[in-house]
Design a protein. Structure first.
Length: 287
């Protein structure tokens, strides 16, 4: 990876799953960087002469004033899967990123890199994507250079398979032959850093292995030395669950569930990148 010391990177979301890997990569590759954190103690071990930890809350714009001064590129992994602490997807995935964008524009930042998800525009009807893609629209209209990163799911999202495997059975909707290639956060962090100098406005990326849901289920069971037991439920039950949750619960409850159940119904194959294997990820968590 080509390293340039002329860049100063502001990272928002540094204490999250992906943000943590990006923060470590910025330190490793000796970038000048500012890392935003609500709790600075979580990032203190990363503080260096070239890396400054800044206390701020992206949902509170008054704490962000002047935060982009001297910054050339902003990377935002800000977003939530589950709505909590009274914050909605619109509060975080949209408005918090708008707060960052406004500060970036004021300070003359050259570029903003935003991590959304694969096929976000196609799935705007989902609550999570509605907020993410509304911000994408604003970023495209901002006048800043930008890159939208669209990962094909994180390894961390696959922990649900291990949770099922620990109980001895994997439950899948339909035939289980839907294919996708999730990516490890460490590999995705490299993609995000490469995007700093990339002219691409959109990068769709997945991990090195294209897997079916059946194969992922088998991997999870094997990691725990469990017999291969995969139960295939009719796909109409998946659609019914989404309908029932949307009808009878709030988006706080159904948001993350409709997201996973909708995306797992179809193939999602992205250009392959990285070296981290899901099978090893499962084995590590299983020990």
């Amino acid at each position: 990876m080509k390293i340039t010391n002329t860049q100063t990177i502001l990272l928002a979301g540094a204490t999250g799953y992906l943000g943590g890997y990006i923060a470590k990569a910025l330190v490793e590759h000796q970038y000048n960087a500012k890392l935003i954190a609500r709790s600075v103690q979580k990032l203190q071990t990363l503080e260096r002469k070239t890396v400054k930890i800044v206390k701020a809350e992206v949902t509170q714009p008054e704490t962000l004033k002047g935060i982009c001064e001297g910054v050339t590129t902003v990377i935002s992994t800000v977003g939530i899967t589950r709505q909590k602490e009274g914050l909605t997807y619109m509060d975080v995935d949209y408005q918090a990123n708008i707060n960052l964008l406004n500060e970036a524009k004021k300070a003359g930042v050259k570029k903003l890199i935003y991590v959304s998800a694969i096929n976000g525009n196609k799935y705007r009807h989902l609550k999570i994507f509605e907020a993410k893609e509304k911000f994408v629209d604003a970023l495209k209209a901002s006048g800043l250079d930008y890159t939208i990163i669209r990962p094909n799911g994180f390894f961390s999202d696959m922990k649900d398979f291990l949770d099922m495997a620990r109980k001895g059975k994997i439950y899948l909707f339909g035939h289980g032959e839907q294919k996708f290639n999730p990516i490890h956060g460490e590999d995705l962090a490299i993609v995000c850093l490469q995007a700093i100098a990339s002219p691409s406005t959109e990068i769709i990326v997945g991990g090195p292995d294209v897997l079916t849901l059946n194969e992922i289920g088998e991997m999870a069971l094997e990691a725990l030395d469990k017999p291969i037991k995969i139960i295939h439920l009719p796909d109409w039950t998946r659609r019914f669950i989404i309908w029932a949750l949307r009808t009878f619960t709030s988006s706080k409850t159904y948001g993350p569930i409709e997201f996973f159940l909708t995306l797992m119904a179809d193939d999602h194959i992205a250009p392959r990148f990285g070296t981290k294997r899901l099978s090893q990820f499962f084995k590590t968590l299983a020990t």
